[in-house]
Write a protein that binds this ligand. Structure first.
Ligand SMILES: Cc1cc2nc3c(=O)[nH]c(=O)nc-3n(C[C@H](O)[C@H](O)[C@H](O)COP(=O)(O)OP(=O)(O)OC[C@H]3O[C@@H](n4cnc5c(N)ncnc54)[C@H](O)[C@@H]3O)c2cc1C
Length: 386
């Protein structure tokens, strides 16, 4: 029997697996995908995520060929544009990075396997096995017949629509908002800089990240009230209309060429009422997802994987269930940022609020520059450097 099963070999699962395997426990990771696999994301690693990663790994190796990002460009209706740096005037070296998730996640997975975790990919986990009110394993659907795999603990890091968290009634889609993301890669986009970009519009927002080799990640997020409508939407046209008709972006995309298919994901927001159950701990998006606008999902995933691993190590050594404590630790540490993110998510839902915020920012852009630093988890990066 393994000590820990990790469901999902994305950033949260890999980080948890690395820490638990390095402590000498037997860790088995399951993922439904065959790696390397693509993942719809804005592809930016903010400074706080980079620093959290660097506590455990040679982050520069994981991020080789990544493009350094020194801040964000935010634009809003009425032509408002504010550039914010992650670093202060004195400390410009605080950086984030942009890298395709396919490469980033593959390198994290290699680090997890090198740390001693074993991997079964191409295996869907259908549900947790619960016996006497304790999670004792998972149901695995691989290439052969379905089977049960047991361990002393299960860490579910299987993403936003976690079969484990949804199946156990711990998580569900938020009633509102019902936002969907459309993502694709382009080349030939004009006027790229060292910044990521967030273009907020009355009908949603467009994130742009410059990657290595002139490739650009474009994610468009729109509110679509129901799934039926989302399925009828022409994904290609959502992205192309968004960038080619936008007053600020259309000139820059006039010679651009789309070089990937469009990937669609949603609804995005997931509420989680509890990040565990006896024998089970949640990490990453499986433990809830607010909105991609702040570009900090990977920071939550990496740190969430770290916290789940610490909780698992405590439970393995003491035998005391760690899920309640994990819930409290996460609430204390993530709570203030979640509140900010929920506030921004609500603001962007209201065209009037977006218009008013744009008018204020035109006169006074210090709050927007502060927002860039807060969204980038710069405090964590600065703390690590001092
Ligand atoms: C449009 C968009 C843009 C974003 N942009 C950014 C950004 O620029 N920066 C940032 O920091 N964050 C961003 N995020 C958030 C970020 O992508 C996530 O927070 C991050 O991927 C979470 O990592 P994770 O390991 O929890 O989950 P994932 O990365 O989703 O990994 C989950 C893994 O579980 C596997 N899995 C799922 N179900 C099963 C199953 N039943 N059985 C077995 N395996 C399973 C999947 O194959 C996958 O490998 C964005 C999100 C969206 C939607």
């Amino acid at each position: 029997m393994d000590d820990v099963i990790v469901v999902g070999a994305g950033p949260a699962g890999c980080m948890a697996a690395i820490i638990v395997a390095r402590a000498g426990f037997r860790v088995r990771m399951f993922d439904r995908a065959r790696f390397p696999r693509a993942k719809l994301c804005g592809d930016t690693i903010n400074p706080g995520a980079y620093r959290t990663l660097a506590r455990h790994l040679h982050a520069d190796r994981i991020l080789r060929n990544a493009r350094p990002i020194d801040g964000m460009l935010l634009t809003g209706p009425g032509g408002i544009a504010v550039r914010g740096f992650y670093g202060s005037r004195e400390r410009r070296q605080i950086l984030g990075f942009a890298i395709e998730r396919k490469a980033f996640d593959q390198r994290l997975l290699e680090a997890a396997v090198a740390s001693g975790a074993s991997l079964e990919d191409n295996c869907v986990i259908d549900e947790a096995v619960v016996e006497d009110a304790i999670v004792t394993g998972v149901r695995v659907r691989g290439t052969g017949t379905a089977r049960t795999h047991r361990a002393r603990l299960v860490i579910a890091a299987d993403g936003r629509h976690s079969k484990i968290a949804f199946g156990m009634g711990l998580a569900k889609y938020a009633l509102s908002p019902k936002r969907w993301a459309f993502g694709a890669y382009f080349i030939g986009v004009g006027s790229l800089s060292t910044r990521g970009e967030m273009h907020i519009r009355p009908d949603g927002y467009i994130g742009i990240a410059p990657l290595a080799g002139d490739v650009v990640n474009v994610c468009v997020v729109r509110e679509l009230k129901n799934m039926f409508r989302a399925q009828r939407v022409n994904a290609e046209s959502v992205i192309n209309v968004a960038v080619r008709s936008d007053p600020i972006l259309r000139e820059r995309f006039s010679r651009a060429r789309q070089v990937s298919e469009v990937t669609v994901l949603g609804p995005l927001a997931v509420d989680c009422r509890s990040v565990g159950y006896p024998g089970l701990l949640l990490a990453g998006d499986a433990a809830g997802f607010i909105d991609p606008m702040t570009g900090d999902g990977l920071r939550f995933a990496i740190r969430g994987g770290e916290l789940a691993a610490e909780a698992a190590l405590r439970e393995l050594s003491t035998g005391i269930a760690a899920c309640t404590r994990l819930q409290a630790v996460r609430a204390r540490e993530f709570g203030p940022k979640w509140r900010m993110n929920r506030g921004l998510r609500a603001l962007v839902a209201s065209p009037r609020a977006v218009g008013a915020a744009s008018r204020v920012a035109k006169q006074w852009n210090a709050p927007v520059r502060l927002l860039v630093r807060l969204a980038g988890d710069v405090n964590i990066a600065e703390h690590a450097q001092s």
